[in-house]
Design a protein around this ligand. Structure first.
Ligand SMILES: Nc1nc2c(c(=O)[nH]1)N[C@H]1C(S)=C(S)[C@@H](COP(=O)(O)O)O[C@H]1N2
Ligand SMILES: [Mo]
Length: 165
């Protein structure tokens, strides 16, 4: 693996590609990066995070509730999306958060970076995993930015990829 800083020690759970100033891995490989290939995601370099690296960016908690959720809402924890964007030196105009199932939401970078959005890796004290809402769940409070839908449509669960464009 070609890397210029901070290699992941554990399995990668989130990869940031596109307009990033800092990277810790080289180009996507048609063989080993099979799931990126499945999603037609190609890149020259990227920043790959394991859980520990995301945790090292500073864990924040959020208690949120949306229509149709359990009555008490959910307490999630993880780094601020803004901290992750800072860490990779994101410079593009948009941030697209993409999930395992292909669901993706694109945000204006400066708008989303000004919100308390977090990339949750735990919910109600338990690590988020695949089959649940993990490995990463984008969570933000209601009314965090102008025009935010009233429901939880922007809250991408099972996220694994962020593209900066
Ligand atoms: N990975 C993923 N995240 C997603 C979705 C999805 O289909 N896939 N649906 C979104 C929408 S439109 C809503 S309203 C909420 C809740 O959808 P759900 O009830 O399908 O979880 O999750 C959002 N996050
Ligand atoms: Mo939805």
């Amino acid at each position: 693996m070609i890397a210029d800083e901070e290699n992941s020690a554990g399995p990668t759970i989130l990869t940031v590609t596109g307009s990033v100033e800092h990277s810790n891995r080289g180009p996507s490989d048609g063989f080993s990066d099979a799931f990126f290939a499945f999603h037609d995601i190609e890149f020259d370099r990227a920043f790959a995070f394991d859980r520990a690296q995301l945790g090292a960016l500073g864990i924040q908690s959020l208690h949120v509730s949306y229509p149709g959720w359990p009555e008490d809402g959910v307490v999630v924890a993880g780094p601020r999306l803004a901290a992750v964007l800072d860490h990779v030196g994101a410079t593009g105009e948009t941030v697209t958060v993409r999930a395992l199932d292909g669901y993706a939401v694109t945000f204006d970078r400066e708008t989303i970076a000004d919100t308390p959005a977090i990339l949750a890796i735990d919910a109600n004290g338990d690590p988020l995993g695949i089959g649940g809402r993990g490995p990463v769940w984008l969570v933000l409070p209601s009314s965090s930015y102008a025009g935010q839908p009233k429901d939880d449509a922007p809250l991408v669960w099972s996220a694994f990829h962020i593209a900066i464009e």
